[in-house]
Design a protein around this ligand. Structure first.
Ligand code: PLP
Length: 404
């Protein structure tokens, strides 16, 4: 790596006046247009199973929509609550409910004492933002190919009553793309916690978002919790944000029937019900589990070449210099890049200087603080492929410059 040559290459990129955004995991126009038909299906009827979806009613969501989405989380319809357009909002509400009312009739509100959450890292910045915003202390838990460091999780949960929860993106994790092993899921389901009101926040945002024909398989945590005689321990979440329209999809929460009954009591005060017309549009468009999977295969065809382009360029440009580590994900929305310690901020700054916007370095850690300053989340889904290739060329030169 010759510094002056790299600097010349970098200046050439800069002179092109690029404006490329790879900062967030957003689908491109081609992906969202696959669902356009949903907005005005020719046979759209507003009645479903005797329910007039144009009117108030049904707090926990349209039965047909529950049937459609139940296999995504491997739960039964009476273990589900359908929400509006954002699963993140459902997670936020779930935590606020625990803080105000406790997890069930008998328990104290979390807010009576100190609250700590275990945060597998690198992780999803918006999970961490919820905790920071609500004054919940976050503890970093390193992750490996199999999931979080379970020895550490077990140790911390067993000895500290203020540890009330853990964030998990268990399949095609944001940003590492890994899927938790069966063993990790089982250990989480059997977790002995000092806090009797501990909850696992199981965010399956990418559960059907496969990039290969040999998808990862995630063990069903609600079943495992039932086997461990603690079905109340987990709250599951998903949405159609990366299936149909981000920001205008259907959000899903699932939990044991007992949890669902308790949650519905508070929820019924907050709302008369969620947007059934949107749920119905999804049912009419996706039809059933097979239809949903068929739709996801169309998305896979658009996204796979983008992920391939990123990993091929990383390999071509950086592997010869032994720079960086990354995971070739089998699904999800991100590629997690680990550079040498102390280079992530510099790399992101150099990219920005040449017109390529990435997620801020540190964002994948609680409080925006990556202790090693090495992790960068690459989001390849939004830019068209020619722009993505340009952006990755800039990225690789920036990585090299940050290292010399
Ligand atoms: N959870 C994870 C892990 C995500 O990556 C995202 C979006 O990127 C969300 C949740 C947001 O989901 P929603 O649009 O349903 O709020």
């Amino acid at each position: 790596m010759d510094k002056s040559q790299l600097q010349r290459q970098y200046e050439q990129f800069k002179a092109q006046g690029l404006k490329l955004d790879m900062s967030r995991g957003k689908p491109d126009a081609e992906v969202v247009s696959l669902s356009e038909h949903m907005l005005n299906p020719p046979d759209f009827q507003t009645k479903s199973g005797g329910v007039d979806c144009r009117n108030y009613g049904i707090l926990d969501g349209l039965p047909e929509a529950k049937e459609l989405f139940a296999p995504m989380l491997g739960v039964s319809p009476n273990e589900m609550i359908l929400g509006n357009n954002s699963s993140l909002a459902m997670m936020y509400d779930a935590i606020v409910r625990c803080m105000i009312y406790g997890v069930d009739e008998k328990s104290e509100p979390w807010s009576k004492g100190k609250i700590k959450f275990l945060c597998p890292v690198p992780g999803y910045d918006r999970h961490f933002a919820i905790c920071e915003n609500l004054g919940i202390e976050m503890i970093n838990i390193p992750t490996n190919q199999n999931g979080p460091d379970m020895d550490m999780v077990e140790d911390l949960a067993a000895k500290d009553e203020s540890v009330k929860g853990i964030w998990c993106v268990p399949i095609y994790s944001n940003p590492t793309g890994i899927t938790y092993s069966d063993k990790a899921v089982q250990r989480l389901a059997r977790l002995q916690t000092k806090a009797k009101d501990f909850r696992i926040f199981w965010d399956c945002a990418y559960t059907v978002h496969h990039l290969t024909d040999t998808p990862d398989v995630l063990l069903n945590i609600l079943d495992e919790c039932k086997k461990a005689e603690n079905p109340e321990k987990v709250y599951l979440f998903a949405s159609t944000s990366k299936i149909t329209f981000p920001g205008s999809g259907v959000a899903i929460m699932a939990a044991s029937e007992k949890n669902v009954v308790f949650i519905k009591k508070q929820l019924g005060v907050r709302t008369i019900g969620s947007d059934k017309l949107n749920q119905l549009r999804h049912v009419r468009f996706l039809k059933d589990w097979n239809g949903l999977q068929k739709h996801m295969r169309r998305i896979q065809t658009i996204l796979k070449p983008k992920f391939d382009a990123v990993t091929q360029i990383l390999e071509r440009e950086l592997t010869p210099f032994g720079l960086g580590e990354w995971h070739n994900p089998k699904g999800g929305y991100f590629i997690s890049f680990d550079g040498n310690p102390g280079t992530a901020k510099k790399t992101v700054q150099l990219c920005k200087g040449a017109g390529v916007v990435l997620t801020s370095a540190g964002a994948t850690f609680p409080y925006g603080n990556d202790p090693d300053d090495k992790n960068i989340r690459i989001a390849p889904t939004l830019p068209p492929i020619d722009e993505l290739v340009q952006a990755m060329d800039v990225f690789c030169v920036s990585v090299m410059l940050a290292n010399v």
